[in-house]
Design a protein around this ligand. Structure first.
Ligand code: AMP
Ligand code: ZN
Ligand code: FE
Ligand code: FE
Length: 295
């Protein structure tokens, strides 16, 4: 049973909904709680704290950090981190500004390739406000679709924006171990996101999770919209093997147009029962007590 969806993007990164719309849908879909996990930003979280009271939903602060390990893009979710911490906010602000510069470079490439698109076209997309939101390739993709160049997200990524494609520009990414440590430093629980999407074999995935666990990883995202059942089963075995917490979520970005497949994904499509959230909470409480030297 899904009580909590622990992986949702708002328009503070590349989702299309405002946090309030997300809370509203989560309530209608019968969830007990949710986590907003925007890419490289915690700017939505203070507002979410207020919304959780308004909608009587439990709220778990989150983030999804983009990191890199041996040339692989690895996403690390961070739960319960201190989102009011000034130092953390300023580190993430640097990453956000880098995203804006990178989008400008992508625009230059697109214009050279003959696409008539400007920064203001992109800023018309939800969440593409340059002052507080983490803009990314999906904003560019949506603007190109709106202009009639493409029919859907997959088409744009496959022909232009995907890694190594003609308009692709890389952006700054932390090393995965640095990312794990960053989340830990600000009292969060680092969790490996959608491990089933990493393009390596089962044995290499086991080795990778072993390395990350030895470097502070505390959880594994078992349930995800793009994880087939046998993948979740295999990941559960790895979570047991390395004594990792279990998390799950939809990775919802927008209605009807999920990341890379064609199935309809909604808020609460994937997630975890309350039991797993309680485990996370006791874990974080124990960590905090240890840090404060009270036990
Ligand atoms: P960025 O963070 O700007 O590099 O953009 C990465 C985001 O683009 C991912 O989190 C997905 O939301 C989206 N994305 C990546 N690949 C695809 C794809 N093939 N089709 C649709 N969306 C994608
Ligand atoms: Zn995304
Ligand atoms: Fe991700
Ligand atoms: Fe995500």
């Amino acid at each position: 049973m899904v009580d909590y969806d622990l992986h949702i993007h708002s328009c503070f990164s590349d989702g299309v909904f405002e946090p309030e719309e997300i809370f509203d849908i989560a309530k209608k879909n019968g969830l007990k709680g949710l986590a907003i996990t925007d890419h490289d930003t915690i700017n939505a979280l203070p507002l979410c704290e207020q919304l959780s009271i308004k909608y009587s939903l439990n709220f778990i602060p989150g983030i999804e950090l983009s990191t890199e390990y041996n040339n692989m893009e690895i996403h690390i979710l961070g739960y319960y981190l201190d989102y009011n911490n000034k130092e953390l906010t300023s580190i993430l602000e640097g990453m956000r500004l880098d995203r804006i510069n990178r989008i400008k470079k992508m625009l230059l490439k697109l214009n050279t390739l003959g696409y008539d698109i400007s920064l203001s076209d992109i800023c018309n997309e939800p969440g593409a406000d340059l002052y507080g939101n983490a803009i990314g390739r999906p904003h560019v993709a949506r603007a190109l679709i709106k202009k009639g160049y493409f029919r859907n997200m997959s088409e744009v990524f496959n022909s232009l924006l995907g890694d190594g494609k003609p308009a692709f520009v890389d952006r700054f990414k932390l090393n995965t171990v640095e990312g794990i440590n960053l989340i830990k430093k600000y009292n969060g629980i680092p969790v490996l996101a959608h491990a089933g999407l990493i393009k390596i074999g089962e044995k290499q995935l086991d080795d990778l999770i072993k390395i990350f666990s030895n470097n502070g990883l505390m959880g594994l995202e078992i349930y995800h919209s793009e994880h087939r059942e046998y993948i979740s089963y295999y990941l559960t075995k790895l979570a047991n093997k390395y004594k990792l917490l279990v998390t799950g979520g939809s990775d919802f970005h927008s209605p009807g147009s999920p990341n890379s497949s064609s199935k309809e994904i909604s808020i609460g499509y994937r997630g975890v029962p309350e039991l797993e959230v309680n485990r996370m909470k006791s874990f974080i409480n124990k960590l905090r007590e240890e840090k404060n030297g009270t036990i």
